[in-house]
Design a binder for this molecule. Structure first.
Ligand SMILES: [Zn+2]
Length: 243
């Protein structure tokens, strides 16, 4: 049911992600807006609480980068970055930011980066690498470290996801955020804002997360179910759901 095959070592990708994320934190400006940081920590805690059944034992880390581009990403191994520009595009609406983080974490749960990299390596080497990868993962790791996927390739950020992977992430992400008690209708309002922006300039986020086509219609077709889960989650939290 899930798209593609993941053949790289998850351990390798997680390790590589961690060091790349660390390098990013050293190089990029980290937001000093403590309410933004508190917001994504809160969202992160609630969504990973739901997603942990799919990603047990992950050490999650959420960082707000001071960047105007409305972008967000989640790397294998649980490293999540959200740009301040995305929180601003959402107008500080926590449900909308949660919709994006749910989508990103769904990509990690489906191991989409691993599948994309496996596929790209297969194309690059005419499929030879896939046989090698099956026989000996450490040789894959050596190749990854040294060549086909060299230091310039950031795990989970450099390769665009496929449209079917986007659909999977939209679907599961919608339910993650709803089950975490975030209004799932915010996914639709966020993507409408993104669509409005796209007319002016292609945001970085959309270059790695291509629109699977009628994304909003797809989300809306799952909304009754997601809304029901959201109401249950809110009631369980002793909170009042949005009508
Ligand atoms: Zn995506």
């Amino acid at each position: 049911m899930s798209c593609g095959t993941a053949m790289l070592s998850d351990e390798h990708l997680a390790k590589r992600s961690k060091s790349q994320f660390q390098a990013m934190k050293n190089k990029e400006k980290i937001s000093t807006n403590s309410s933004h940081q508190a917001m994504i920590d809160r969202i992160g805690k609630r969504i990973t609480g739901v997603a942990q059944v799919d990603l047990p034992g992950t050490e999650w880390e959420f960082v707000v980068f001071q960047k105007s581009e409305p972008n967000a990403f989640a790397m294998p191994g649980g490293k999540v970055g959200v740009n301040s520009g995305l929180i601003e595009l959402a107008g500080g609406n926590e449900d909308e930011v949660a919709a994006v983080i749910g989508h990103e974490i769904a990509h990690v749960a489906f191991r989409h980066s691993n599948k994309r990299m496996t596929q790209a390596m297969g194309i690059a080497l005419g499929g030879v690498i896939l046989n090698t990868a099956m026989r000996n993962k450490s040789s894959t790791d050596r190749l990854l470290a040294g060549g086909v996927y060299g230091a310039g390739t950031t795990v989970g950020m450099a390769l665009p996801f496929s449209r079917s992977q986007e659909r999977e992430a939209d679907h599961r992400g919608l339910f993650y955020s709803a089950m975490a008690g975030y209004d799932p209708r915010a996914a639709v309002s966020f993507w409408k804002k993104m669509r409005g922006r796209k007319k002016r300039k292609m945001p970085q986020f959309l270059s790695t997360h291509p629109n699977p086509g009628n994304r909003i219609e797809f989300l809306e077709s799952n909304m009754d179910h997601a809304y029901g889960l959201y109401v249950e989650a809110k009631n369980a939290r002793g909170e009042t759901p949005n009508p």
